[in-house]
Each structure stands twice: as C-alpha cells, then as structure tokens.
Ligand binder design. Structure first.
Ligand code: DHE
Length: 506
C-alpha cells in the first residue's frame, strides 16, 4: 500500500516499529537518547526535517549513525521522521532518581594534579565548541595553537561556565547532560543528565553550586560541584498550578545567587546559594508560600518576582542589581532585583538578543549594546536612563556582539541574513558607527568573536563543517592566521569569562 493512503494511525505504528527495530538501541527505547541524541521534537527543534531525512537516509559521516536508505523505503523514512518530530504522550519524565542514576564519575578527583599539565598560560586558554563532530578544542591563546581536543556530549549550547579561577569548566548540552571538565588536567571529571531538554547552566565561582535550566521537564535543577543532585525544583507559578519551561539561568556573583526566568509564567526567580542568606531577617529575603503560612528559608529556594510579561532572554547591569529582559515578541522591561519589581519599560523592537549584550563607557555614560535576531541593528541603551541612544544599522539580524575593554572595536555578525551571513561588521565604540566590514566567502557563516585575554587578537568562527577559527589582529583588523575546525560555534577565553570582562557574555 502507498504510505500516503495509509491511515495516520497505521503510519505511526509502522514508524514506531521501524524505530524500535533500527533506532532504539542508540537513541533509547523511549526516544530520550543513549549513545545517540534524544529524538524528541523539543530536542530536534534546531534540525530541519529535510536534514533529518537526509541523515536517516545517508547516515552521518564520522559518527555511529548508519545510513538506512537501503533498509527502508523513502516513504518509511518519511513516516519515521514525522514520528520522531511528534511529541511523546504522556510527556517523558525525568525524576530526581533518574538524575542521580545518570551520574558518571569519570576520574577519581584525588588522582588529579593540582597544577596545569601543560606550559601554556591557563588563564589565556580558549575553549572552542565544535558542533561539526561534537568536540571541544583547547587553544593556547598566546601561541594561538590548539593544545588538546576532546569529545563532548551531543549539541552543547550556551557558554561553558568557569569556576575556581578557571580550573574547572561546566558544559551543558541540549539533551540535558552537564559535564565537569578539569582544564588543568585536560580531563572530564564527572557528568550527570539533569534534564531531557536543557537551556543552559550556571555555576558559582567557587564551583560548589551548579544550576540547570530545563525546558523538559519543567524544572530548575541544583547540583553540587561534583554534580550530585541537591534538588530539582518544579517550575510552576507560586500557586503550583501553571507549569513552565525555564528560559535560562545565570549566576550573579555580588548577590551570591542564581537568577532564572520562566518562559511560560511571568516570574523571575532568585535562588541564593549561600547559607548566609538564612541569617537575614525573615520577610526581606524569605519567601512566603501562599496559603500555607510557611516561611521558606532562602538557601536554594526561589524568591519570586512577579512580572506582567514573561522573559525569554535577559542581561544584567554590572552590579547585578537590575536585569534587562525581553520576551520573544521583543517587549522589553527592566526589573530591579532588590525591590523585586519592574522599574522601567525598554523601547526595543524585533527580538533583541540581550544575552549576548556587552557594556562600555561612552561619553561619561555606561551603555549596553545588543544584537537583534529579527532586526538589522545593534541597539545601544543608556544604563542609567534606559533610553535608546543609537540604533546602528547592520547588514542583517545578528546573534553575537563582542568587544574587550582594551579594544575600541565591537564585532557583530549578520548570521540571520542568508545574503550577509559571511560578513562581520566592526563598530567603533566611540563614534557608534560601523567602520569596517570583514567579508568571508558568500554563503559561509562568519560569526561569534572572542578576544584574547589582553584584547590583542579577535578570534571568529568560520561556522562550517570544514570551517576554522580565524584570528584577526584587533587593531589592524587584518587576518593573522586560521586554525581548521569542524563547525566551530562558540569560543570562550578563560580570563575574559572568569574576570567578567565587559566586552563578553557571562
Ligand atoms: Fe543560543 C547562548 C538561547 C539558538 C548558539 N542561547 C544562548 C543563551 C541563551 C540562548 C539563553 C545564553 C546561555 C548561556 O550562555 O548560559 N539560542 C537561544 C534561543 O532561544 C535560540 C534563539 C533558540 C533555541 O533553539 O534555543 C538559540 N543558539 C541558538 C542557535 O541556533 C545557535 C546559533 C547554534 C546552536 O549551537 O544552537 C546558538 N547560543 C549559542 C551560543 C551561545 C548561546 C554559541 C553562547 C554565546 C556566548 O558567547 O556566550
């Protein structure tokens, strides 16, 4: 029978059988992943269906993914792909027991050397996330050469988070895996699966607390520095009625807390990771659980700020007293984390990508600037008055903006523009104008810049499977060298991250 004429239910049964036969061993009987990634609509959101069809047909070179073009007909492959893009009902669960059971201790910490096993400056290393074959390269930022490369979990997303002066770094994958890596020993220490579909991770500077924001299940997970579960908090409104995905979580050092926003409930949470918080008089920092008359101690318990609108993406002022946030529709607001309410509206358009915002001093004012995923502009905002000072036109909507305190320039991509995704634009932070364009090869994305520790060089990603990290002299803007890489996505300099350099994301 032609598949198109089969009833939908029969097609689904057929697809489920093919899944069990061909896919379950690697991707898990429940589609939650195993040796291969999870095959759920949430986790496949970044993969176009046409590409998924091709992967099932032809396999993925240099991975364990086999081709099934000879084993299944085209119609069967189409039905299978349709099926993995449809939700699992009821929604899969990932309990505290699942989290605990998933933890892997890769090395005994007692066997790790307490000094770097290489001679490069440990504070000027870069980590380059290579999405092409799911690896991470470690670069020496002085010699601008790789010193190590190791396999990562599938589809890392968000910046890795550094702790203990840059010795340890924590990665989060879209499939929920958190990896603790010892940069001095160049070894994976431990891993845990904190969720099924994860946004990002945040880590306290002493490396003792890790927070994980999940879309699936609706939880914010708190781990200790060895990735043991401390608690998993159900992300619901304060009445426990409406459940929500968690948009993202960040660490706020001056407040010794994690700040998270919910995506489906208009609330910001602050979760203190210091027990000292319990010494603060009740009523100021403690939260009141509605209806039950019970005060909840502040340590590791969310303090909620109610808003009128949800936050998708957000950015903090340097002292972390205020948060600038935007919803998917671009409605912007400023939330004061001490008075716990919205204090201003932000006149933003499109879909500002506040998470990649940067700050600097401009004509005696502190400003922040952000790209926009839907508008071809960089928006510059006064951090004292919240007014938009300048909308700098760019070649196209962009994802990432980067600078360094020692550089007069900020680099912005136009990644979201099919015609201009190969162009990086250089903005003069004083004149607030584009002063130079660095064009790669049309059709091949050039994006995501990170500076060396001293701001002397800017490293950009030629974001292709046969791509490279391209090194530019940050003063002359000339190319210095390129290091071949498999689809380099983000790159992260230890010093800039640990010092919370103003020109980079945190
Ligand atoms: Fe990201 C960071 C959200 C799509 C690459 N991205 C972040 C962060 C958030 C976010 C909240 C900050 C987390 C952190 O660093 O702790 N990203 C989103 C989205 O909502 C969006 C638009 C849709 C989605 O499906 O999640 C999205 N992001 C993408 C991509 O398509 C990118 C380009 C490719 C990819 O790998 O998925 C992408 N996002 C990145 C990178 C960072 C990031 C490289 C870290 C930037 C940095 O320099 O710190």
């Amino acid at each position: 029978m032609l598949l198109a004429f089969m009833p939908a239910k029969a097609r689904a049964t057929d697809a489920a059988q093919h899944y069990t036969q061909h896919c379950a061993t690697c991707h898990g009987a429940d589609r939650l992943g195993g040796m291969g990634p999870a095959l759920l609509p949430e986790n496949l959101a970044r993969l176009r269906k046409a590409e998924a069809l091709q992967v099932v047909r032809e396999g993925r070179p240099a991975t364990q993914m086999l081709p099934f073009g000879q084993t299944m007909t085209a119609a069967e492959i189409t039905a299978l792909v349709e099926w993995i893009y449809s939700p699992v009902v009821p929604a899969p669960r990932w309990t505290e027991a699942d989290i605990r059971a998933s933890r892997i201790q890769h090395v005994d910490p007692a066997t790790l050397a307490d000094r770097p096993v290489f001679d490069a400056d440990p504070l000027n290393l870069f980590l380059v996330v290579e999405a092409g074959d799911h690896h991470v390269s470690v670069l020496d930022g002085d010699r601008l050469e790789p010193i190590h490369r190791f396999p990562s979990r599938h589809a890392l997303h968000g910046g890795p988070k550094f702790a203990q002066g840059g010795r340890y770094v924590f990665f989060g994958s879209r499939d929920g895996w958190v990896t603790k890596y010892d940069l001095w020993n160049l070894k994976v220490v431990a891993e845990v699966r904190a969720g099924i579909n994860t946004r990002n991770v945040a880590v306290s500077p002493d490396g003792k607390h890790v927070a994980v924001a999940n879309y699936l299940p609706h939880t914010l997970v708190l781990l200790d520095g060895d990735l043991n579960l401390l608690k998993s908090i159900a992300a619901t409104d304060r009445d426990g009625v409406k459940s929500s995905r968690v948009s993202a979580v960040y660490e706020a050092t001056p407040r010794q807390s994690f700040i998270a926003a919910l995506k489906d409930v208009p609330e910001v949470w602050e979760i203190s990771y210091t027990r000292a918080v319990d010494d603060i008089p009740i009523g100021f920092i403690h939260d009141f659980k509605q209806g039950e008359g019970e005060f909840i101690p502040g340590y590791l318990n969310p303090r909620r700020t109610q808003l009128d609108d949800v936050l998708d993406d957000f950015f903090f002022t340097q002292d972390y007293s205020e948060l600038m946030g935007a919803s998917r529709e671009g409605r912007g607001q400023v939330v004061n984390l001490d008075v716990r309410k919205k204090v201003a509206d932000l006149p933003l358009a499109g879909m500002p990508h506040l998470g990649s915002g940067i700050t600097w001093d401009w004509q005696g004012r502190r400003v922040m600037a952000s790209t926009n995923l839907k508008a071809a502009e960089v928006t510059v905002i006064d951090l004292a008055t919240w007014e938009v000072l300048r909308r700098i036109p760019t070649r196209g909507p962009g994802f990432f903006l980067r600078s360094h305190e020692a550089s007069r320039y900020a680099f912005v991509d136009s990644m979201m523009s099919p015609e201009n995704k190969h162009v990086l634009q250089v903005i003069d932070k004083e004149s607030l104008e584009v002063v130079r364009e660095i064009a790669g090869e049309p059709g091949r994305t050039l994006a995501h810049v990170e500076f060396t520790r001293d701001g002397r060089y800017a490293l950009a990603s030629l974001w292709e499977d046969d791509g490279a990290v391209v090194v530019y002299d940050a003063r002359t803007l000339e190319e210095v060298k390129r290091l071949p890489m498999r689809k380099p996505v983000g790159k992260y300099n230890v010093w800039n991250k640990v010092m919370r350099e103003e020109g980079t994301s945190h």
